[in-house]
Design a protein around this ligand. Structure first.
Ligand code: NAD
Ligand code: DAU
Length: 339
């Protein structure tokens, strides 16, 4: 099988490539990535020259380049991870989110229609369902929960999902969609909660918790997400949406305290800062469908996954230090300087 994996130099896409190469070593993978601020070629350094792997630097919105790649490679499967993924950046400037996440998705699917594929898989998010109240722990997102977005990021991801379903119904494109909860693990870009708190704590810098810190996210170890996508590609039903999550809801403040404890840092580093605009209160995925239909279950317990993740950041300063020394400094100053 030959796959095009877009966004494979980012957090989940790179973990997916590592997963797929070890689970299906005979398959060929072409990673298409624009290498935005969030893409790191260094993440893929060990496989750049490997057989059955090719890296192509390109923008999914660049129709001629995407078509030329499909014409040359004739992929069987396309897995689309490429996206602008950070909610805070989407609040500052939505435009690139609309371009990459919506128009880019349509370009990829047009290429799939033109050159023919056996599966187009769209990597979506639980954020398309909006949020849930803190005082109703009985409520969870199912695949039938109506789309109800809060941020420009989630609105762009929901728009892409609607387009994917439209291409299936209108053109018969063989699509699947996964909607996963918050991932954590190796190669997570330092702007996101868990790596940001680990790296700041290591430097004894303040740990900026938005608002009261009681917002709840449903955390899943990235490898479990990758296995779910693998299963959906192999066994999932065309035209279907699958929620992915491991029933692991945690308040932000508890995650930050746990990181302090694991690193032997004082909780006095925690500082409550101005809340995110439109901040979703709680996410909670009901993964019953993917369990029932495809037999998927998460394998990594949060206690183990967070330990592995913290250890990974302790041992891979060579990966994250160049990132935080670069353009990230400006981003951090702009986002947190006067917060
Ligand atoms: P990320 O920001 O770490 O990586 C995104 C990657 O896409 C980068 O390598 C970047 O260079 C690439 N990219 C961006 N724009 C591109 C373009 N125009 N053309 C080609 N490549 C481009 O993101 P992530 O956290 O790995 O998320 C991957 C996907 O999973 C996204 O679609 C996101 O919406 C979804 N998702 C993420 C989470 C999470 O917790 N991180 C959870 C559920 C779903
Ligand atoms: O739910 C899936 C989504 O998870 C994905 O679709 C997104 O691509 C991914 O970025 C993530 O979105 P979140 O907004 O939930 O992740 P983030 O790490 O930005 O924030 C997690 C929570 O922590 C959120 O409630 C905001 C809070 N937070 C975040 C940062 C960066 C803080 O309190 N302080 C911070 O400095």
């Amino acid at each position: 099988m030959k796959l095009i994996v877009t966004g494979g130099a980012g957090f989940i896409g790179s973990n997916f490539i590592f997963h797929w190469r070890s689970a299906h070593p005979e398959d060929q993978i072409i990673c298409l990535d624009k290498l935005t601020y969030a893409g790191n070629l260094s993440t893929l350094k060990d496989i750049l020259d490997a057989p059955n792997f090719k890296f192509v630097k390109a923008d999914i919105c660049d129709r001629p380049t995407v078509y030329a790649l499909f014409e040359e490679e004739k992929p069987d499967v396309v897995v689309n991870f490429a996206a602008e993924s950070h909610v805070d950046r989407s609040i500052e400037d939505p435009s690139i989110f609309l371009k990459t996440n919506i128009l880019g998705t349509s370009v990829l699917m047009d290429a799939c229609r033109k050159y023919g594929i056996t599966r187009y898989h769209q990597v979506s998010t639980d954020e398309v369902y909006g949020d849930l109240p803190l005082d109703r722990p009985d409520l969870m997102f199912t695949e039938e929960t109506p789309i109800h977005t809060s941020s420009p990021y989630s609105a762009s991801k929901a728009s892409a999902d609607l387009l994917v379903l439209a291409y299936h119904r209108t053109y018969g494109l063989p699509v699947t969609i996964s909607r996963c909860s918050n991932n954590y693990g190796p190669y997570h870009f330092p702007e996101k909660l868990i790596p940001l708190m680990i790296i700041n704590a290591l430097h004894d810098e303040k740990l900026p918790v938005y608002g009261d810190g009681k917002n709840v996210r449903d955390w899943l170890y990235v490898e479990d997400h990758c296995r779910a996508i693998d299963l959906i590609i192999h066994k999932g039903k065309v035209g279907e949406i699958y929620n992915v999550g491991g029933h692991n809801e945690m308040a932000n403040i508890d995650i930050v305290k746990l990181i302090c404890k694991a690193l032997g840092k004082p909780e006095s580093l925690i500082e409550h800062v101005t809340d995110r605009k439109g901040h979703d209160r709680r996410y909670a995925i009901d993964p019953a469908k993917i369990h029932r239909e495809l037999g998927w279950l998460p394998e990594t317990k949060f206690a183990d996954g967070i330990k592995k993740t913290i250890d990974w950041y302790l041992n891979h300063e060579d990966w994250w230090q160049p990132i935080i020394d670069g353009e990230y400094q400006n981003y951090y100053q702009q986002m947190y300087g006067n917060r």
